[in-house]
Design a protein around this ligand. Sequence first.
Ligand code: NAD
Length: 230
Amino acid sequence: MKKIVILTGAGISAESGISTFRDSGGLWEKYDLKEVAHIDAWDKNPEKVLNFYNQRRTQMAQCLPNAAHLALVALEKKFDVQIITQNIDDLHEKAGSTNILHLHGKICEVRSTTNPNLIYNIEYNPVKWGDTCPEGSQLRPNIVWFGEEVPAIELAIKICQTADIIIIIGTSMIVYPAASLVHFAPTHTPVYVVNPDPNSANSREIANLHFIQQKASVGVPELVSKLLNE
Ligand code: NAD
């Protein structure tokens, strides 16, 4: 069975009503990243950070997977599929995909501030300053913030090294180390990029690149049907 590795970013969830990161009208026009998504922000004003993620959790509770998330599930009939997502939302899970690695954490999880291995699923509930884990430490969102290491990156690199096909959907490929992952695939691996922005695939030095300039809800079902019928 051929292995397909799918790298997804905020753009795949845009049509489900979750703002992207850098598009006009995106999240960071409304919030200063340094105030809510950086480890220094947590040290400076943890209540503001908790509030920001409580709002994101409430918003994401209402969101449903779109045609792109749903189409990817069908690939599992014919391929060994591994999704590596930068997204913190749970739309791949809601759609029914099986193998999902969240590089930057999950919105529905919190963890102990002193022991990163103590992780709890809180679904869509808020977490407040003063909420502690059973060992007595403050809980924080289980999100990888700017300024922090990405614990899953080594595993993600190993997965990309074994890819027969790579699909990249809805990411500006700006946030490192996630943006470097495609370069760990064997040199002539076919790489499909689905993104309405033509600049998103530029200057990537990818030998076997197929750019699909479409929104995810259109481009992904088309690509999935092509791969299933090949
Ligand atoms: P980004 O905002 O930097 O880039 C979004 C990309 O999606 C752009 O290239 C844009 O052209 C593309 N796009 C916009 N609408 C699209 C659509 N309908 N279909 C396909 N592509 C579309 O996002 P990124 O590269 O994922 O940035 C990474 C950071 O953003 C990560 O750290 C991630 O955790 C965070 N983030 C996640 C979410 C989420 O969980 N849904 C939302 C916002 C930000």
